[in-house]
Design a binder for this molecule. Sequence first.
Ligand code: PAF
Length: 291
Amino acid sequence: MRTKKLFSKVEIFKTKASLQTHLQKARSAGKKIALIPTMGALHEGHLSLLEYAKPISDLRVCSIFVNPTQFNDPKDLEKYPRPIENDINLLESVGCDVLFLPSVEEMYPDKNEHWHIDLGELDQIWEGEKRPGHFQGVTQVVYKLFTLVQPHIACFGQKDFQQVMVIKRMIEIKDLPIELAICPIIRDKDGLALSSRNMRLSDDGKTKALALSRSLRYVKDHIHDQVDLKEIKNDALKLLTATAGITVEYFAICESSSLKEVNQIDFDKQHVVLVTAWVEGVRLIDNMIIT
Ligand code: PAF
């Protein structure tokens, strides 16, 4: 006989004060807290962050907050999907303990709140160049969440590589006692990196989008001591642009922590290939660590 799986209820808090009271008790009981910040519209990628946190923490706090300060285009903010009932079901399916679900007023009581953290070039290049102010918005909300939750561990997906590097830098600058867990990219069986944006692609678009991960894989497979990086990059780009219907925004081989583009690989350092491209009007990003 098949048994029906019973999902545990996630405790939902909408105010900072109620969340803090709850977390204070957990902290006093010696519980290790993991924070998984999200903007909702959860998919397998987000759930993998919760799974990642499970064996390394005692209490998993997921936040769902569509953060207005990181959107450049008000239309994008408006269009952002908010399937909250489904998100709650998904959180319960992975046994998440706490959901923090604040309103905009709760997170930004002062509408004119000003924020700037000097991240050097890190928030000016790549995504930062295309979306000015985006990473200041991200650091603003993540810092608020860190201060509120005071997690021992914070889990972010490698999928948004530059975001993770920005948060890593913020943790260093602010000297926060938080362990940053960078969780692997989750791909579908064909290699497409999971993203809430994929649901806007047709089946044909999804097939086209596979060229992104193929081009990244090409670089990874061809990196070795004597390699001519320019040639590899050109070949990978050819592979990408050979697919009709793809418009590449950037494709770069970078040293991981500075995200500066390199002409040569220093095998003592970590390197990543970043790609952003448009398919069927959807902006897709992907990356792969290559050394
Ligand atoms: O990656 C996201 O979903 C958001 O940028 C984050 C980290 C939750 C901040 O709003």
